[in-house]
Design a protein around this ligand. Structure first.
Ligand SMILES: NC(=O)c1ccc[n+]([C@@H]2O[C@H](COP(=O)([O-])OP(=O)(O)OC[C@H]3O[C@@H](n4cnc5c(N)ncnc54)[C@H](O)[C@@H]3O)[C@@H](O)[C@H]2O)c1
Length: 261
């Protein structure tokens, strides 16, 4: 899967899954435009990509700000001449139930995880229309299909992201623009490190996460990025509106069944 001559915007491309996707895209010939609010991490990622012989630019932007995203997309087009794909990976995790989630937290999580994806999509879509083709990939979560406790806003945002993805898939299919979602299980990224750091025994969080996946381990970011790249690439030309779990079997297993060996 080569991306020679292709331009791909990656939101949240400075760290974690987005960073892995940016590196893989550049390794495979793509021109990468990272949009992230972490300026220092985005610069480091771009510097490393360029040191490895790839092409990448970054723009600091908060994805929940439609104007900022619009500017980042315009800059990408000015630099690379067009856009072929968008990978939406920017996301945040916060904890709370229906009673303990504050209005601010709800707005923050929905603003980044859901509106941020919409902002990026609506800024990119006119360029895909102009090109007569394109692909949008949203990194959702297994929490789009199930839930755990105390993650109300996150779960709501990830469920809704599937609705956004499917709506885009339906509205733009006739224009040869595809939209798909990836739903990862647990992935070893700064987001997980932060979540584990909230526990007095961070290693116990890693141990529990490794154990709950039938493959016996959590993912490394590259394993999720590979799925996102496939959906961004024309190899997946007949795939649209779909939801791809990349979860080490997590959602396949029936919970509570005793081990037989
Ligand atoms: N790590 C996991 O276990 C896991 C599991 C399932 C789904 N996901 C999802 O995958 C995506 C990537 O997660 P990750 O683990 O790589 O997270 P991460 O925190 O490691 O990286 C997220 C990146 O997004 C950027 N970002 C966050 N909010 C932003 C904003 N408002 N504007 C611009 N950039 C912003 C961060 O600066 C960072 O570079 C997220 O949508 C997350 O919900 C992660």
């Amino acid at each position: 899967m080569r991306f020679d001559g292709k331009t791909i915007i990656v939101t949240g491309g400075a760290l974690g899954i987005g960073r892995a996707a940016s590196f893989l895209l550049a390794e495979r010939g793509g021109q990468v435009s990272i949009v992230d609010w972490d300026d220092a991490a985005a610069k480091t990622a771009c510097d490393e990509i360029e040191k490895n012989g790839g092409r990448a630019i970054y723009t600091q932007a908060d994805v929940s700000d439609a104007v900022a995203i619009g500017k980042a997309v315009a800059r990408t087009v000015e630099t690379f001449g067009g856009i072929d794909s968008l990978i939406v990976s920017a996301g945040i995790q916060r904890y709370g139930t229906a009673l303990t989630t504050s209005d601010e937290q709800w707005d923050e999580v929905l603003g980044v995880n859901l509106k941020g994806a919409w902002n990026a999509a609506r800024a990119v879509l006119p360029h895909l229309q102009q090109a007569g083709k394109g692909s949008i990939v949203c990194v959702s979560s297994v929490q789009a299909l199930a839930s755990q406790q105390n993650v109300l806003a996150y779960t709501v945002s990830k469920h809704a992201l599937l609705g956004l993805t499917r709506s885009i898939a339906m509205d733009f299919a006739k224009e040869n623009i595809r939209a798909n979602a990836v739903c990862p299980g647990t992935v070893d990224t700064p987001m997980l490190q932060w979540a584990a750091s909230l526990d007095p025994n961070p290693q116990s969080v890693y141990d529990a996460c490794n154990q709950m996946h039938p493959l016996g381990r959590i993912a490394v970011p590259r394993e999720i990025a590979e799925v996102a790249l496939f959906l961004a690439h024309e190899s997946s030309s007949f795939v649209t509106g779909s939801v791809w779990t990349a979860d080490g079997g997590l959602l396949t297993q029936i919970g509570g069944v005793p081990q037989t060996n």
